[in-house]
Write a protein that binds this ligand. Structure first.
Ligand SMILES: Cc1cc2nc3c(=O)[nH]c(=O)nc-3n(C[C@H](O)[C@H](O)[C@H](O)COP(=O)(O)O)c2cc1C
Length: 202
């Protein structure tokens, strides 16, 4: 598999800002990635304020990274004229992490009401990888139906459910390992990613 070089990262208003922060860090540090298009929904900003004590849309991605990043471009979720809104723009893959039930519903039903929905719609119509890291608990039947719809349309439902068998020592470590799994899934295996070693004595 050729490594994807042009990644769209969308962050929506589900719990799990730490995942967004960790995946952005990993993409920024990855030399195989030439470009990151970053877009956060309004609700994502609200959750960032709750969970990471970060406020405001201005330079949000840079605030998350703690430094400027030349390959990073942040878009307003209202800018439906942005590059990623067009199929002519060569997005390699799009990741929505975390993905709220609201955004899942919009994508699954083709509503394309903001840049995140539209960019996802474009990935589906162009047969490009679209990874929806959904987060809610419990799921109602509408959520389940929308996951089925999105999956049938070509998206990968990749729930934001961390692993514990790797014994993470912090939420950041837990999030990092989840991010490693997401990136490996799109052809960007990460150095230092946990690999299951069965204990033969058990
Ligand atoms: C602190 C906080 C946590 C939330 N967690 C979730 C969640 O885990 N999953 C979810 O679907 N919605 C969650 N919501 C609700 C969404 O933010 C809300 O439905 C919003 O309209 C989603 O908009 P968006 O999809 O445009 O980001 C949460 C809201 C807040 C304030």
């Amino acid at each position: 598999m050729t490594a994807p070089t042009n990644i769209t990262l969308a962050v929506t208003g589900a719990s799990g800002s730490v995942y967004a922060s960790e995946i952005l860090r990993a993409l920024a540090a990855d030399d195989r990635v030439a470009k990151i298009n970053f877009v956060a929904s309004d609700s994502a900003l609200r959750v960032f304020a709750e969970e990471l004590n970060l406020s405001g849309r201005n330079n949000l991605a840079e605030k998350l990274l703690g430094a400027p990043c030349a390959k990073l471009q942040q878009h307003a979720d209202t800018d439906i004229g942005a590059n990623i809104a067009s199929g002519s723009y060569p997005t390699s893959a799009m990741i929505v992490l975390p993905c709220s039930m609201g955004t899942l519903a919009s994508i699954a039903n083709g509503l394309a009401q903001n840049l995140i929905h539209r960019a996802a719609d474009v990935c589906l119509k162009e047969n490009r990888p679209l990874i929806l890291c959904v987060r809610e608990t419990p799921f109602n039947r509408i959520h389940l139906r929308n996951m089925q719809l999105a999956s049938d349309a070509g998206a990968t439902i990749f729930p934001a459910i961390p692993t514990l068998y790797n014994h993470p020592q912090s939420t950041t470590e837990m999030a990092r390992e989840f991010v490693n799994r997401v990136l490996a899934h799109i052809g960007l295996p990460q150095p230092g990613a946990y690999q299951w070693q069965p204990d033969e004595s058990l």
